[in-house]
Write a protein that binds this ligand. Structure first.
Ligand code: MG
Length: 257
């Protein structure tokens, strides 16, 4: 089932994708369940929004694909490398990635993201499914020179608009072997498969939940495959994952906003 958060001009609402329509839900399915109304809205008539706004955190895994680890010149490590992005970095499908006026390249990182559905504290990997609401697509946008200069990643990965997500949340997804493709202006830049993750999704959720309590709506970005990643003002970045869809965001320099 694909869950969308959308607007027709008023407050955000939620719906279930049914062909080219949305079946409108009462309330937020993360907290209210899938309580459907009689209302249907054509997908063409809505603006899709970021499918969730994390209340507390976006947990990200760095270097979770061997080829990406190699291209970054990093050694393999036995435990996941985690960092956080602020929820103010979230934007939805079609929204601009705003490029701050800083030196060095801005890069895309197309990633599969887990949406947490239930409070998770110190859980074990085999129980992970009880705590997952669904899966969406994320772009872990990164100011690479800033990342290298700062020695930690809060600024480089935390600028406003540096975490596009969407277009929907898929609640039933076999994530064991999914193609992840990132394009810039329809040119393929990254192409990977979730089977090549170094740390599995159940292991990552369990590991993260032993550090922080995970709350409903929190996101876990599971890492990006290798590939050339720079993009600039006026270009359009699209991340496609089998079974979920395509997340597309144009980029523009912030001084034009
Ligand atoms: Mg990343």
């Amino acid at each position: 089932m694909k869950v969308a958060r959308f607007s027709t001009g008023g407050d955000p609402r939620f719906g279930i994708v049914d062909g080219d329509e949305l079946v409108v839900l009462r309330g937020d399915p993360l907290f209210s369940g899938f309580d459907t109304t009689d209302e249907r809205v054509p997908l063409d008539d809505v603006r899709l929004l970021a499918p969730v706004i994390p209340r507390s955190k976006i947990v990200c895994v760095g270097l979770n694909y061997a080829e990406h680890q190699t291209e970054m010149g990093e050694e393999s490590r036995s435990e996941p490398l985690l960092f956080l992005k602020p929820n103010t970095a979230i934007v939805g499908p079609g929204e601009f990635i705003q490029l701050p006026p800083i030196a060095g390249p801005i890069e895309h990182e197309g990633e599969l993201a887990v949406v947490i559905g239930k409070i998770a504290k110190s859980i074990s990997a085999e129980d992970y499914a009880d705590y997952v609401f669904g899966y969406t697509i994320a772009n872990d946008v990164t100011a690479r020179a800033v990342q290298n200069a700062d020695g930690q990643w809060a600024r480089a990965k935390g600028f406003d608009t540096f975490c596009p997500i969407g277009p929907v949340i898929e609640t039933e997804l076999d994530f064991s072997e999914l193609e992840i493709t990132t394009q810039v202006d329809h040119e393929s830049r990254q192409h990977g498969n979730t089977r090549d993750m170094l740390h599995s999704i159940p292991d990552i959720i369990a590991y993260a939940s032993n550090i922080w309590t995970l709350l409903p709506g929190d996101l876990i970005l599971t890492g990006t495959p290798a590939g050339e990643k720079g993009f600039t003002d006026g270009q359009v970045v699209s991340v496609t994952i089998d079974g979920i869809g395509t997340l597309t965001n144009p980029a523009r320099n912030r001084d034009r906003v």
